[in-house]
Design a protein around this ligand. Structure first.
Ligand SMILES: Cc1cc2nc3c(=O)[nH]c(=O)nc-3n(C[C@H](O)[C@H](O)[C@H](O)COP(=O)(O)O)c2cc1C
Length: 213
């Protein structure tokens, strides 16, 4: 078992085989997630996020860091998943790159921030159009009398002004996911390649091992 530190020399799509060693796989996972957060066209930009109750939904990955310590998602604090995460912080994050045939299955602990510097900075960075979803008048999943978006009528077909979006701030929350297990899998004609990395107890490094695909 080895310890794996950040190495940014590998990028997504770099050919990887068993000879490259375990570190190449965790570096690949890191690079994929960082790129996914930066590039809306990246394959892993919108992974499936599974809460402890087994429910699953697509969410846009907004930020990822080299230590896999704070994958950032944005959500409406009124959405049902917030109560679920509040009671049980376990998450699974599932992402797939069909071109490279790489699956990342990530086990994580979630931390919610309604207020504070991380949520404030994320809100400050959000465009008026992306802030608009927080102006919906019904909570996500709540009943509607008519089909539609639950946006106020006059905001349905236009970009709100920055001042108009401020009413959405109280609905905006950040979910930060600290990854504890990384399961890296690539299918291939030779049978595939898979490894599992577990964050060590001190939280500073990763223990990796090859496992059967
Ligand atoms: C492409 C796509 C991106 C989405 N991104 C987000 C997101 O970043 N945050 C979010 O809360 N919901 C996002 N959703 C909506 C969720 O999948 C889900 O419907 C919503 O969060 C409902 O809340 P719940 O999971 O608490 O029931 C997205 C859906 C799609 C199809």
């Amino acid at each position: 078992m080895d310890d794996y530190r950040a190495d940014h020399s590998q990028g997504p799509g770099t050919p990887i085989d068993g000879a490259a060693g375990l570190s190449a796989l965790i570096d690949d996972a890191r690079a994929r997630l960082i790129r996914a957060a930066q590039d809306r066209n990246a394959a892993m930009h919108a992974p499936v996020v599974v809460t402890g109750d087994g429910d699953a939904r697509i969410m846009v990955l907004r930020a990822a860091d080299a230590d896999f310590a704070a994958l950032r998602f944005h959500t409406d604090r009124r959405s049902p998943k917030m109560a679920v995460i509040g009671a049980d912080p376990r998450l699974t994050i599932l992402a797939y790159d069909p071109q490279d045939r790489v699956q990342l299955r990530l086990t994580a602990q979630a931390h919610i921030e309604h207020h504070g510097p991380v949520a404030d900075a994320a809100w400050a960075d959000a465009t008026p159009l992306s802030r608009r979803v927080y102006l919906v008048t019904a909570a996500p999943g709540g009943p509607l009398a008519l089909p539609g978006s639950a946006l106020p009528e006059d905001l349905r077909h236009r970009r709100p002004t920055p001042a108009e979006t401020e009413a959405g701030r109280s609905h905006f929350s950040v979910i930060l996911a600290r990854i504890t297990v990384i399961d890296w899998l690539r299918l291939g004609s030779g049978g595939g390649l898979r490894a599992r990395f577990v964050r060590d107890h001190a939280g500073n490094g990763w223990q990796g091992a090859w496992i059967a695909p």
